[in-house]
Ligand binder design. Sequence first.
Ligand code: A3P
Length: 317
Amino acid sequence: MAQDQSVVKEIDQPGQDLPTWDGWSTPLTLYNSYWLRSHTVSKFMLVRDRFKPRRDDIILATHPKSGTTWLKSLAFTVSTRSRFTFDNTPLLTSNPQRVVPFIGVMGGDLDNLEALPSPRLLSTHLPLSLLPPAVSTVGCRVVYLCREPKDAFVSRWHFENKIGTGAPISLDDTFRMFCQGISPFGPFWDHYLEYWKESLARPHEVMFLRYEEIVSDPLMVVRKLATFLGVPFTEEEEESGVAEQIVRFCSFDSLRNLDVNKTGAGVERAGGKILLEAASLFRKGKVGDWVNHMSKDMAEAMDHLVEDKFKGSGLEF
Ligand code: A3P
């Protein structure tokens, strides 16, 4: 059962008490209005002060379960195509989450990032407000990816039960927490809106994408991405079908069937409470799968919430 607000407890952080929430596979902590997994907070706290954005950085920012794995594969393949072929790309030996480091965590420790040559291709689930303001002022390019909230929610529920090593979490409990904004990197609406507004303010530097858009026309998105990343397809490449090959290589079935993603070793985290396996990143890869899991009432409640939260922003789902 998800816990009631009344049992939210306090934990000690240097100089401050932050609320925590037990209901997901690991506790969450509320930091700067966003719920982060408690064991990651101290690392993420450093990002705003210590991560040094460079003018030519490209940051792939996503709300979790929006297609991060897919976006990373596409952006990595597009931007490294002069260095790697489909026969020797690191995507054959590393899962896509690993080829683009997360800012501040999972191999993307800040010292490691500092040592990377420019231009850096980086990624994050952090909201814009938890990144250094220099991301905006120096003009880093950002590709933001979000997803229709009902599908993102269903994907999150499956994922959480796949990676969690404790008792299963019910759909109802997950729904309540998600709609209260208490989910990893939630509230999802504030996360989407921060990047949406940034894309309106810096349209040439921030590309706002939706999962559904990539599903409906992956080729168009790959071409747009290549231009945005500063490596548009040449005429020769277009004639030889390079963009189509990238779309095929990064498709759900292709990536899911690579050995590295079928058998990629599990990584234990958070005192054994999370077991991350590459295969957990590939479930169904469809638009509209919510209909197979959510009741009509749930779907209506989520639609009302979404309408209310995004009202007047110009962002609709
Ligand atoms: P489903 O759970 O709906 O299948 P993230 O990478 O941000 O964790 O998002 C995971 C979601 O993206 C999962 O959605 C997963 O199946 C889907 N996904 C992963 N790789 C994909 C790909 N190459 N093409 C389409 N969807 C993909």
